[in-house]
Design a protein around this ligand. Structure first.
Ligand code: R5P
Length: 285
C-alpha cells in the first residue's frame, strides 16, 4: 500500500497507479495554531510505502513524515519503505564552517528513529549522504527520464553542466542521447550569488540543454544561460531534477531568453512536467 504525505500526494497516486497498489487515505492538516495533525485512515498492509518530499515548507513536511512513520509503527507496521523524492537539508551534508550542524546526517538519524526500514531518493545532492544511514538506501537517477524527454524535443542537442558538480548528470544524459557534453566552472559567493566562468564552449548555432540537479534561486542557471547565448547557442533549454524555485527564480530564468524550463515532479511546480513515478515504481518492484 502507498501513503502519500501532503507534499507528494499526486506523485504517490501515480506510483500506486503504476504498481496497481492501494493508495491509502490519509488526513493531514494543521491545527489553528499551526501544529500538524495526521491520521492514517486505511487498514494497514504488510508492506507499506510512504512517499513524501521534504522541500518547502521543509520543517512542516519533515515533521509530518515523522508523524506518519511513528504512527504506522505504533499501529504495528514493521516494514516501511520511505520514498523521499527530494531530500531537503541534503545540501548541508558536511561542516563547511566550524560549529555548523550536519543537517543531512541529523535527518538520517531521525528517519531511522521514526521507523524507516528502507529509503528511496532521487538524485541525492551528494551520493555520500547514503553513508549516514544504517538502513538500505537506493539513490535513483532521473537522468534517463530527462534524456527521454529531451530526446523527443530536440534532434541534436549539446548538453551543458552549469558547474563541475553537475557534469556527471550531464554526461549521463549525453551518453543516452549520444550527443556532446561540456561544463562550466562556478564559484558560489553567497547563497544567492554565483560567479560562472568557461574556458571554451562549442555551442555556436547549437541547441543547448542545461542540466542541473537543483534549481533554487536560479542564479546558477541565469549565468549559464547568458553565457551560452553569448557563445552563439541557437536555443537554450533548461532542465533539472528538483525544482526548488525560490521566489521568482522561474521569471529570472525565462528573462534570459531560454526556450523552456523542464523539471521532474520530485517537487510540485509550474515546470514539473517529467514524472519520476515510473522510475520509483520500477525501483519498488
Ligand atoms: C549546486 O551544487 C547545485 O547543483 C545547484 O547548482 C544549486 O543548488 C543551484 O542553486 P541556485 O539555483 O540558487 O543557483
Amino acid at each position: 500500500m502507498i501513503i502519500g504525505g501532503s507534499a507528494s500526494q499526486k506523485l504517490a497516486a501515480k506510483v500506486a497507479n503504476q504498481l496497481d497498489d492501494y493508495l491509502c487515505p490519509i488526513e493531514t492538516r494543521k491545527f489553528p495554531d499551526g501544529e500538524r495533525y495526521v491520521r492514517i485512515k486505511g487498514e494497514l498492509e504488510d508492506e507499506i510505502v510512504v512517499v513524501q518530499s521534504t522541500g518547502y515548507p521543509q520543517d512542516e513536511n519533515i515533521m509530518e513524515l515523522f508523524f506518519i512513520l511513528k504512527t504506522l509503527k505504533s499501529l504495528g507496521a514493521d516494514n516501511i519503505k520511505v520514498v523521499i523524492p527530494y531530500f531537503g537539508y541534503g545540501r548541508q551534508e558536511k561542516r563547511f564552517n566550524s560549529g555548523e550542524s550536519i543537517s543531512a546526517e541529523i535527518m538520517a538519524n531521525m528517519l531511522e528513529f521514526a521507523g524507516a526500514s528502507e529509503l528511496y531518493c532521487v538524485n541525492l545532492h551528494e551520493k555520500s549522504m547514503a553513508d549516514f544511514f544504517n538502513i538500505p538506501v537506493t539513490n535513483l537517477s532521473a537522468m534517463g527520464s530527462i534524456a527521454e524527454y529531451v530526446g523527443v524535443m530536440l534532434d541534436d542537442p549539446v548538453i551543458i553542466a552549469p558547474d563541475k558538480g553537475a557534469l556527471g548528470h550531464a554526461q549521463e544524459v549525453a551518453d543516452i542521447l549520444k550527443c556532446p557534453c561540456d561544463h562550466m566552472e562556478k564559484t558560489r559567493l553567497s547563497p544567492d550569488t554565483v560567479e560562472t566562468r568557461v574556458k571554451n564552449l562549442d555551442v555556436d548555432g547549437r541547441q543547448a540543454v542545461i542540466i542541473d540537479d537543483i534549481i533554487s534561486t536560479g542564479g546558477t542557471i541565469v549565468n549559464a544561460s547568458n553565457i551560452l547565448q553569448d557563445y552563439g547557442a541557437e536555443s537554450v533549454t533548461v532542465t533539472c531534477v528538483h525544482p526548488v524555485l525560490v521566489d521568482d527564480a522561474i521569471l529570472k530564468i525565462f528573462a534570459t531568453g531560454v526556450s523552456d524550463v523542464l523539471s521532474t515532479d520530485t517537487l510540485t511546480s509550474q515546470v514539473s512536467s517529467i514524472s519520476v513515478a515510473p522510475l520509483i515504481a520500477k525501483a519498488l518492484k
